[in-house]
Design a protein around this ligand. Structure first.
Ligand code: GLA
Length: 738
């Protein structure tokens, strides 16, 4: 890492002791290095490029020599501590010393290293787990804390990892948002002081800020160049990321659970495992770091990372809560007739005493509405089966309305602060169940299990969660463990998910939380995909999906074509553009097909067929982001390239008219191809039906030289010219080796 050359004096750093081998954790192109000093302190020395000689780091004096897991209480005063506890006797300091370490080769790609630390006087232990994924250049870090003190130890801060960095400049890319506006990319230089990114919403921890960061060292963020450390926390509850630049120009990154929302009383003999911080280092800019994460996600985190995702129609924006059997059968018919593969019945199908006709009531009462669907779910599954497609259904198992039969029976099952009036969410009646309570866990599990056992032909579930934990208290937890709610809620949820996955390993489940409230690696092991945002406006989605793609692979990102006017923004965007945006993730539709005219239906059918032909490249290929909509307000472009670099698919979007450039743009360069291969470039997904306001057919091709052959080198160095005249025009190019 170039930044290390800044540490020039050997006097400031303590070289590792002769004869003591550093602890080296390599991946294919990177390595993380720890060492132990003469006082048995564990030192964090290096994270960066794989070097042929580890010794050179020490000989050159560029080892960071930072405390590997800084603790509060003795000497440490800079506020970057990863651990702050109060021992059983009231002592508030921790001094960790190295005990031992061991490495286990799990398979040819994964090595797990455990570094064991113990307080120098107290029987208080911290084990650092560092797991490397060689091919993907990913390293997971987490800690395990336990003790043998006579009474409980209070944990106040307990990060998953501490990461010191030394560079000339630090640029932080992070992702923030709000409902219908999630995962918005923000890039800023980190100057003196602390930047805190956190969320303590409890059940939806990614609607505001996402627990992910990209740190560009010694320069400004770039897709293709420069040193980048990227990190994402696999945790579904409260978290905090702290970036502190100290006077010595060092950057200290602390990442993990958020202590202030979850002080924890650690009993003797109990061990506390923090969530994994997933890290990758890239010398090829943010793009390479993203591709590392995508490959890691598909191979190790995401459920079914190697299985193609189906093209679906979701009923939500098409009919919302108001439908009857015929409407649904009609939608099933329509999606099947244009080549869709799955129909998903969203909210509104349940509740009898309190029929679910709005967000105000019925949540918690999971019996099928007799009025809306008198022949039940199986009848709808039959309808889907008859048309050769699959059927899925929406649930929101962790939350209920106070206007529900369930609440009448079990008012004590909700999260609630003793003696306080209950704060309510959506519809003025929504509350969150207390998943720390095993009885509630059983209810949630049984509800889902019953649904799947009763309807074994269900193929897909959309698991929603439309509330934060705003009532901070549990009727189940003891009074001295009320601060455990956030942690116990997540444990309860995980328990349910694990049990469900054991019983039903194959059912495809989407995680959703009012849109993108649960876009998180902590969920990926149980889910096949996530819903990134309730905002289905294609223009807005370009920005949301651009951000999301930094951390998550396209296969996991549900992206739906919805109606124009768009229901969230009112924008009118041509159908082709809407498809071209949705095709960069897991394509779906979310509209009433009945409202489409014949031309729109015909184009949709062709677009679905086109997507099927490029689906393996989008869902399993490497993604390259080229023209950023955040930098260039008029354009965006990205592409996907398969493993062998034989096939690629390129997308470009014209976002707004640029009056200065009068619709003329520099050639669009491609990335990720093999410079030595010859590729045929063909424009696909052309809308033959697109007419102007007078009904005249519009010029359809954006790439007038479609079908010509170019070298990979030419496409990457020079590029191709695309003709964009109006706003919301877009092009999809298939690039195939010949
Ligand atoms: C949330 C989801 C939507 C939809 C509604 C149903 O807002 O994000 O996609 O399922 O709930 O109530």
């Amino acid at each position: 890492m170039k930044g290390f050359v800044l540490i020039i004096t050997m006097m400031l750093v303590c070289p590792f002791i002769k004869g003591q081998t550093p602890i080296v954790i390599p991946t294919k192109h990177t390595q993380m290095i720890f060492s132990v000093d003469a006082e048995k302190n564990l030192k964090y020395d290096y994270y960066g490029d794989l070097l042929s000689s580890v010794q050179s780091i020490y000989d050159a004096g560029v080892n960071l020599n930072a405390d590997a897991f800084p603790c509060y209480g003795i000497r440490s005063t800079s506020g970057v501590e990863s651990l702050r506890v109060t021992h059983a006797d009231g002592n508030r300091s921790v001094v960790l010393k190295y005990l031992s370490h061991e490495s286990h080769q799990i398979d040819e790609n994964i090595t797990n290293t455990i570094i064991k630390l113990k307080d120098e006087i107290y029987p208080f232990y911290a084990n650092l787990y560092v797991k490397s994924f060689a091919e993907q250049d990913v390293i997971e870090v987490h800690t395990e804390l336990y003790h043998k003190e006579k009474k409980p130890v209070m944990l106040y801060e307990y990060a998953s990892a501490y990461l010191p960095v030394m560079a000339n400049k630090y640029w932080l890319t992070h992702f923030h948002g709000s409902w219908a506006n999630e995962f918005i990319m923000s890039e800023e230089e980190l100057l003196a002081g602390t930047k805190l990114i956190e969320n303590h919403a409890g059940a939806r921890n990614t609607q505001t800020d996402n627990p992910s960061f990209f740190l560009t060292l010694n320069g400004t963020p770039s897709e293709s160049e420069g040193e980048v450390i990227a990190g994402t926390l696999a945790y579904t509850g409260s978290y905090a990321f702290k970036f502190t630049k100290t006077a010595d120009n060092k950057l200290h990154v602390g990442a993990g659970m958020r202590g202030t929302a979850s002080e924890y009383k650690l009993e003797k003999g109990e061990s506390f495992t923090t969530p994994e911080l997933i890290l990758t280092y890239s010398k090829g800019g943010k793009g390479q770091a993203s591709r590392n994460l995508h490959r890691y996600a598909r191979n190790y985190k995401l459920l079914g990372g190697h299985t193609e995702r189906k093209i679906l129609l979701n009923s939500w924006e098409g009919v919302y809560f108001s439908f009857e059997e015929d409407d649904i059968v009609g939608m099933i018919d329509d999606i099947a007739s244009i080549g869709g593969e799955l129909f998903v019945l969203d909210d509104g199908w349940f509740g009898n005493k309190y029929e679910r006709n709005s967000g105000k009531q019925g949540l918690g009462d999971w019996d099928v509405s007799k009025r809306k669907l008198p022949s039940g779910i199986d009848n709808l599954i039959d309808a889907a089966e008859k048309r050769g497609i699959e059927f899925g259904i929406w649930v929101e198992p962790e939350m209920i309305n106070t206007t529900s039969e369930l609440y009448e029976k079990h008012p004590e099952w909700i999260t609630q602060a003793k003696g306080r009036e209950i704060a309510k969410g959506r519809g003025g009646t929504q509350v969150v169940l207390d998943l720390s309570n095993p009885k509630v866990q059983d209810f949630v599990y049984n509800m889902l299990n019953d649904l799947l056992v009763k309807h074994p032909r269900l193929d897909y579930i959309k698991w929603d969660a439309n509330a934060d934990i705003v009532n901070n208290g549990s009727n189940y937890l003891d009074s001295d463990k009320q601060s455990h709610l956030d942690i116990e809620y997540q444990r309860g949820l995980r328990h349910v998910l694990e049990k469900l996955r054991q019983a039903h390993p194959n059912i495809v489940i989407q995680v959703c939380a009012s849109g993108g409230g649960r876009v998180n690696y902590g969920f990926l092991p149980y889910f096949h995909e996530f819903w990134p945002s309730d905002n289905t406006d294609a223009l807005k989605r370009i920005y949301i999906q651009w951000g999301t793609s930094h951390v998550f692979p396209a296969i996991a990102m549900a992206s739906h074509v919805s109606a124009a006017h768009n229901h969230q923004t009112g924008r009118e965007i041509p159908l082709k553009f809407r498809f071209d945006v949705a095709m960069t993730g897991r394509l779906g539709l979310e509209l009433q097909p009945k409202d489409m005219n014949d031309d729109e239906k015909a184009f949709s059918k062709e677009a679905i067929a086109t997507y099927k032909s490029i689906r393996p490249i989008v869902q399993f290929g490497d993604q390259y982001r080229m023209i950023s909509p955040y930098e260039n307000k008029h354009l965006a472009s990205l592409m996907y390239v398969d493993d062998t670099k034989e096939k690629a698919v390129f997308f470009a979007y014209h976002l707004t008219m640029n009056n200065e450039e009068k619709a003329g743009f520099a050639p669009f360069k491609m990335v990720g191809l093999d410079p030595g291969k010859n590729y045929k470039v063909v424009e696909i997904n052309i809308d033959k039906y697109n007419k102007n306001h007078k009904g005249k057919l519009l010029n359809r091709n954006r790439f007038t030289n479609s079908g010509k052959v170019f070298t990979g080198e030419f496409l990457m160095e020079v590029g191709v010219s695309l003709k964009f005249k109006r706003e919301y025009e877009s092009a999809v190019l298939e690039v195939v080796e010949i």
